[in-house]
Design a protein around this ligand. Sequence first.
Ligand SMILES: [Zn+2]
Ligand SMILES: [Zn+2]
Length: 256
Amino acid sequence: MGGGRGCAAWTRHQLADLMRLFLPPCCPLCDQPLGAKDQDGFCAVCRDAFRLLASPCCPRCSLPYAAADGSDHLCENCTRQEPPFVWAAAAAHYEGALRDAVQLFKFGRRLDLDRPLAALLLAATGERIRAFAPDLIVAVPLHAQRLRQRGYNQAQLLARILAKDLRLAAPARLLRRVRPTALQQGLPRQERHRNLRRAFHAQGAVAGRRVLLVDDVLTTGATLSACSQALLDGGAAAVAAVALARTSRQARLLDV
Ligand SMILES: [Zn+2]
Ligand SMILES: [Zn+2]
């Protein structure tokens, strides 16, 4: 993208922000005016369309189970290989209106979705986050090449708001993606994991810290695992992770 076009997009966004100061607040998904209770979020209709991730699910990676399965056991993946994170939680299922919202936020330059999505994430996972008592928030990083293409890292935008609400810091460069991982498709599972494991590097400033890792969508947990491992290798005391949405099957192994 040329600098000029990027500039125009930012200006439009800033203009929209400015207009919001004067117009009654509207739902960022359907544009209906928000009621007093809906401030800072979605309207009740859109919010009700999100299917929150309720139990039963894997206590470690939040993989949803069928109701009859109960939730007092680890899923197959976590049993086979214990994840490096203490737990990974998500707000809702990755489907319907939430999937639309995440895609607009991620690919559609709808940066104004940052606050409502962060509010949804905090409402669903805040209790667990506070119990974990993190001292740092770290977003799953994009590779510099992808960051240049997209112009922003959606996980970092969420991390920044969570940090503000939880009165913590969310420094942007503590965890870096040192190699692109988009070309993972077609690699055998073992190779893909090895590839992903070498993709991240954490700075020494994470040493001794309890880190909350933030991502947009949790698919197989492979990315969160690789990031958590990099943070632990960098000396982090413990890592827990939150994502906006969780896919319900582990079949899709590409998780970039
Ligand atoms: Zn709405
Ligand atoms: Zn699991």
